[in-house]
Design a protein around this ligand. Sequence first.
Ligand SMILES: Cc1ncc(C[n+]2csc(CCOP(=O)(O)OP(=O)(O)O)c2C)c(N)n1
Length: 345
Amino acid sequence: MFDTPLQRLTPNGDLLGESPLPLEEIRRLYQAMLSARVYDRKCSVMQRQGRLATYAQFEGQEASQIGAVAALRKQDWVVGTYRDAGAMWFHGYPWVNLILGRTGDERGGRAPDGVNVTPPSITVGGHMIHAVGTAWASRIKGDDSVSLTLFGDGATSEGDFHEAMNFAGVYKTPTIFMCQNNGWAISMPRDRQTASKTIAHKSIAYGVAGALVDGNDLLAVYEVCKQAVDRARAGEGATLIEALTYRMGPHTTTDDPSRYRTNEGVEEWAQKDPIERVRRYLESEGAWDPAWQAEVESEESDRVETAVSEAEALTPWTADEIFEGMFAEIPPHLAYQQSLLRRRP
Ligand SMILES: Cc1ncc(C[n+]2csc(CCOP(=O)(O)OP(=O)(O)O)c2C)c(N)n1
């Protein structure tokens, strides 16, 4: 079991078996992956320019994030981490909010009404429990929405992972656990993270469905996530998916990966780039040409630049607004602090 990850597109862009999606939809998802990469690179640059606080790149993980969210409906929940901006955005969390979040502006920490995406979890693993909660709530309410939670290989060593998986197994909550095994938890390699043969194997112990997938393969990720979503919606419970991918950049902009890894992995995985393999496939189907590429790149670059301008044009919140922007009703201890602040000359 879990000997070979599911693959639908080889790194050369050759289709294995049947595509789970029509070409037009693949073109849409290709554009979304490009947008995610434009955003990711822009944020890295902005951090270096001092315009953003610490930033966690997700270059290389675009297929895992966009492919997973493509399997959802709007009413479903996305509950991710600091490295899941691509998934959050594709489910409706605007780039501008994500950028604001990285400047420390509280307005970035909330999705617009009707967008079922939680703010990014910085606490490793804690959010998986929330995804079980939102999924359980949907069962209690009798609606058929499901919850997708994204996390890394390192998060599976947290107690929260056990609690979330166990609860999801017992109560058959409609939760899709999407582990993006990107090889590293900061400087900790996957082989020191767990003695399990694969992370997907952990599904067996919890009595939930499991899947192992090539996380750099958009079509395969979509396929396993769609199966998991359908099972969850049908009341058949949770799935643990392990998507094999790679963190191409540092852990965050504060990290220097040359202290603990060689460039070999990066070079090897660069040959398996998730965006390039879809491009090759589309080209072989006559659904890609350089003119369309240029058009899409310029559209996505404009989209990201507009979000940056909007975020930077906002007037910073006053201290009072910071107090008032968090809770519907200010708790007494914060009201007290606010009163002290107001008394300051
Ligand atoms: C509970 C907790 N412990 C430690 C940290 C510090 N920390 C931040 S990211 C990280 C590694 C997480 O690795 P992984 O879950 O594999 O996700 P990745 O960063 O590779 O996407 C650690 C230890 C934290 N944020 N929260």
